[in-house]
Design a protein around this ligand. Sequence first.
Ligand code: CA
Length: 226
Amino acid sequence: MGLRILIVEDDAVLADGMSSALRKYGYVVDCLADGAHADQALTTEDYDLTILDIGLPRMDGFEVLQRLRARRKKMPVLVLTARDELADRIKGLNLGADDYVIKPFELTELEARIRALIRRSMGEASPALEIGGLTLDMAARRVLLEGRTLDLTAREFGVLETLMSRAGRVVSKEQLNERLAPGAEDLAENAIEVYVSRLRKKITGADLSIRTVRGFGYLLEATPRA
Ligand code: CA
């Protein structure tokens, strides 16, 4: 189960771009286009983080933020502001925003800010994926096999995180490529195969397997203990 993010943005193109990028990173994303709906959703739903535009129909981002903090919700809020709106940024931070991103921005930068905010807000209790004796700590970027830390490279970690967050579902090579090198040129033809084969060796002993789905991608599954 991925972390839940709410995007509140009335620019449909920008909202779509952010949500599809964040889904590729494994987040569960909801999108709303007006402040009143956002205020409602933030009252009833539990999100791990909100990305909040300021200029919104029906209720602006400042009011959404103010009302959220008045309910003593501590969830991290990342405000989106226009380049020349310094006053907005200051007002947002004063109202309890945790960080801001200036439009236009790179999606990779947005994701890095999100990860930092989530890490900060989770503190010690970091989110973890657990399958077949393997524990992947998303915030600490660490994988444990029955208490022992595995020595993984950043890319091996990325492959494993992607496969574990979609356990039981087939993940395409394109999805892995996008996760490892977002927006960049594709990795060399067999690079992902190499990462997967190294991973298989390193997770030996865990009760899970990474199956190759020919011509498509990979499937991580828990395997019953023999
Ligand atoms: Ca707007």
